[in-house]
Design a protein around this ligand. Structure first.
Ligand SMILES: [Fe+2]
Ligand SMILES: [Fe+2]
Length: 354
């Protein structure tokens, strides 16, 4: 029950061979001597993801915001509704990346006992920090009022409730006394991993969509490029947590009960509904060809994709992607499908082709 860390584990593990240590390695509840020995690997998917993360290295100051500044300060380039949607989307994703940075650092990383998987979590946390910095770069470039963006959740009931719902989902494992190693707690940790799939693979998507819709209409291209860089990172984060979830399922199959599966489907469905409500509160009757019906279909398509990726039944009947052009814009083509067919595109450092 539970596991020893560092000094205690280091002393116990001293009598084992390296092969034994690697063979006993698990995503959670495994041997961990705290020395981060990542060769050879027990979980090669992590090494693969880590290398792809490194290949995606970029910094927000690379993105040209000059055209966006020009448009934002020109009285006619954007409608009031477009400005409203822009600020609301930025508020939500800036809150979300802040939550996720803390979640990875404080809740997730300390329970991972596979050093190669821990490397991906550390890198992922760095990328979330990069995203936090990206939103600050956008706020500064456009001279937006930080109170209006970061502080929106204090005046907007919908955003407050959305953040509270997301924070509740990570609450169960955020107690510093929480330890893996019991059936109940391991299920809670696995639920938190599915929570990460929801966060990385559902919550960002309506906000991303609004930036892409603006770009498609030749508006705020620098912002959309920033979002495409972030989106490319999130696709790998999503792939990482899909792999983590599926590997814990293999290592501890007793956790994946029919009741648990139903609960995960319910969590994903709840997230889709929450995201749709939020999206509708941003776009109202529609903006630049994006209407509530299209958004609903898009989110249902994504919901089914996330379910399939971890072996759950579809939530919605035959939902098709109404915006296939998004794949071209993000160069991602739904990573969790392509990635594991070995067709993920190769990226060179700091570039993104439109
Ligand atoms: Fe992020
Ligand atoms: Fe992320």
């Amino acid at each position: 029950m539970g596991k020893k860390h560092f000094a205690g584990a280091f002393a116990d593990i001293g009598k084992k061979t390296n092969a034994q240590i690697i063979n006993e390695r698990r995503i959670i509840n495994g041997e961990d001597d705290g020395l981060m020995q990542v060769a050879p690997l027990k979980h090669p998917f992590a090494d693969d993801i880590y290398k792809k993360m490194l290949a995606n290295t970029w910094v927000p100051t690379e993105v040209q915001m000059a055209r966006d500044i020009e448009m934002w300060t020109s009285p006619d380039a954007l409608t009031e509704q477009e400005r409203f949607v822009y600020k609301r989307s930025l508020a939500f994703i800036s809150n979300l990346d802040g939550i996720q940075t803390n979640n990875l650092v404080h809740n997730i990383a300390r329970h991972i006992t596979s050093p190669e998987v821990k490397l991906t979590i550390v890198r992922q946390a760095f990328e979330e920090a990069l995203h936090v910095h990206s939103y600050a770069t956008m706020i500064e470039a456009l001279s937006l009022d930080p109170e209006e963006i970061y502080g929106l959740y204090r005046t907007d009931q919908g955003l407050y409730e959305k953040n509270a719902y997301i924070l509740r989902a990570v609450d169960s494992i955020s107690d510093p006394a929480f330890m893996t190693g019991t059936f109940e707690n391991d299920q809670l940790f696995l639920e938190a991993c599915v929570g990460n799939i929801i966060l990385e693979g559902i919550y960002f998507y309506s906000a991303f969509l609004t930036f892409y819709i603006l770009k498609r209409n030749n508006k705020m291209p620098g912002s959309a490029e920033m979002i495409a860089f972030i989106n490319r990172d999130e696709n790998l984060h999503l792939a990482n947590f899909i792999q983590i979830t599926n590997t814990i399922k293999e290592e501890q199959p007793e956790l994946w009960t029919p009741e648990f599966q139903e609960k995960m489907r319910k969590n994903i469905k709840g997230a889709i509904e929450l995201e749709l409500d939020w999206g509708k509160s941003c776009i109202h009757e529609g903006i630049l060809g994006l209407n509530p019906a299209g958004l609903e279909q898009y989110l249902q398509f994504i919901g089914n994709m996330r379910c399939r990726a971890i072996g759950l039944d579809d939530l919605y009947p035959a939902a098709e992607n109404p915006f296939p052009w998004i794949d071209e814009m993000t160069q991602s083509s739904m990573t969790e499908v392509n990635f594991f067919e070995g067709r993920v595109r190769e990226y060179s450092t700091g570039t993104l082709e439109w």
